[in-house]
Design a protein around this ligand. Structure first.
Ligand SMILES: [Zn+2]
Ligand SMILES: [Zn+2]
Length: 375
């Protein structure tokens, strides 16, 4: 209860705002300043507490009325006009006190009232790899700027040879009680800000934070079979916590670069197989080198049509953290020649003459069928 900023101002609302408006504004601000989103930021933490406090008052019609009438004095020693008259002026005043302090000072409440050391933030690192690397897996070094436990003080925040001492103001409780008018008010200890310990000789390397900014090089083992969007978690490699609190995690987000030949659907590798129409008609082979570095030879059966898919089982991508491999699927694309030699032209002309006869009988058969259907 140290803030003096107007509750309406804190919630960015007019004094005439209705409950729904106040609630909506509170939610928006609470999201923005929530400690989980602003780890280690004292400003946000204070702001979050202040807006929670403001909302807890204004959401309650009785408390809001008291606040509108007396302002912060409604919740302070003596009340308006000094002394005990405030309490007498306003019916149910002691209720207000109890409700408010009961709620606020209960300590751990939805993360808002958290005090003491907090776990460090998680970090994200984006890494691009090739399809070949996704196939074989690789060990890779990443360099991240991250706050790490201070080596000088080993995270305690206290100068070497000294140590944090139990806070004398609160005797290590992190909270202090004070008699205010009729009431005993409990609040976060102003000396240690709730930590229960104070550092009289802060470590010069980290200014008492227990952590320092550092550039770390880490080895990441990318297992075979990873795909676009696969995340690898490096436990404890995120931001260090404050004063010895556990560190967050580092997440490596993998991106697999587009490949000139292959597309991928899960463990299936897809490729195109351009073949001449002579090969498509007569049959043959198509060979392709996979991301495994092996050459796969696929049989093209005689009479293969454009768009036919040929499948080679077990020649696709490895199953991530599993056994076996997916399939290689090759889609046949029959290519029509565009530049013909004289000899090719001659042969094709001859083929067309032969085809014409076949077409004629084919067409004839078609008309026979039509006739039959109507006849
Ligand atoms: Zn230090
Ligand atoms: Zn204290």
């Amino acid at each position: 209860m140290t803030t003096e900023v107007d509750f309406y101002e804190l919630l960015e609302c007019e004094r005439t705002a209705d409950d729904a408006t106040i609630k909506a504004s509170y939610r928006k601000l609470a999201m923005k300043y929530h400690p989980d989103r602003n780890a280690g930021c004292k400003d946000s933490e204070g702001r979050f507490k202040a807006i929670s406090e403001a909302y807890d008052c204004l959401k309650d019609p009785q408390k809001r009325a008291a606040y509108d009438r007396f302002g912060h004095a409604a919740f302070k020693n003596g009340g308006p006009g000094g002394g005990r008259s405030g309490a007498q002026d306003f019916g149910g005043f002691s209720d207000i006190f109890e409700n408010i302090f009961g709620e606020f000072m209960g300590g751990e409440r939805g993360g808002g009232g958290r005090s003491g050391p907090r776990r460090g933030a998680d970090l994200r690192y984006d890494m691009e790899i090739t399809l070949e690397e996704a196939f074989t897996g690789r060990s890779s070094e990443v360099t991240v700027d991250v706050s790490a436990v201070c080596d000088t003080c080993e995270g305690s925040g206290a100068k070497r040879g000294t140590s944090a001492k139990t806070c004398t103001t609160c005797a290590g409780h992190g909270k202090v009680r004070a008699q205010q008018g009729f009431f005993v008010v409990e609040r976060t200890c102003p000396s240690c800000h709730g930590a229960g310990r104070v550092i009289s000789d802060p470590c010069p390397a980290c200014h008492g934070e227990g952590r320092v900014e550092q550039t770390k090089t880490l080895t990441v083992n990318v297992p075979p079979g990873v795909d676009e969007g696969t995340r690898i978690r490096l436990t404890g490699e995120g931001e260090a916590g404050l004063r010895g609190a556990p560190a967050g995690d580092l997440y490596i987000f993998l991106h697999v670069a587009r490949h000139a030949v292959f597309e991928r659907e899960g463990t299936t590798l897809l490729a195109r197989a351009p073949v001449s129409f002579a090969t498509a008609a007569l049959g043959g082979e198509f060979s392709i080198t996979g991301p495994d570095g092996e050459t796969h030879v696929l049989k093209i059966p005689a009479g293969t049509q454009h768009g036919r898919e040929l499948r080679q089982r077990g020649a696709g991508m490895p199953v991530l953290q599993g056994r076996g491999r997916g399939d290689l699927v090759v889609r046949v694309e029959v290519e029509t020649p565009t530049k013909l030699s004289a000899r090719q032209r001659e042969l094709l002309e001859e083929l067309r003459t032969l085809d014409a006869g076949a077409d004629a009988s084919h067409v004839g058969g078609f008309f026979q069928k039509v006739k039959g259907a109507w006849g």
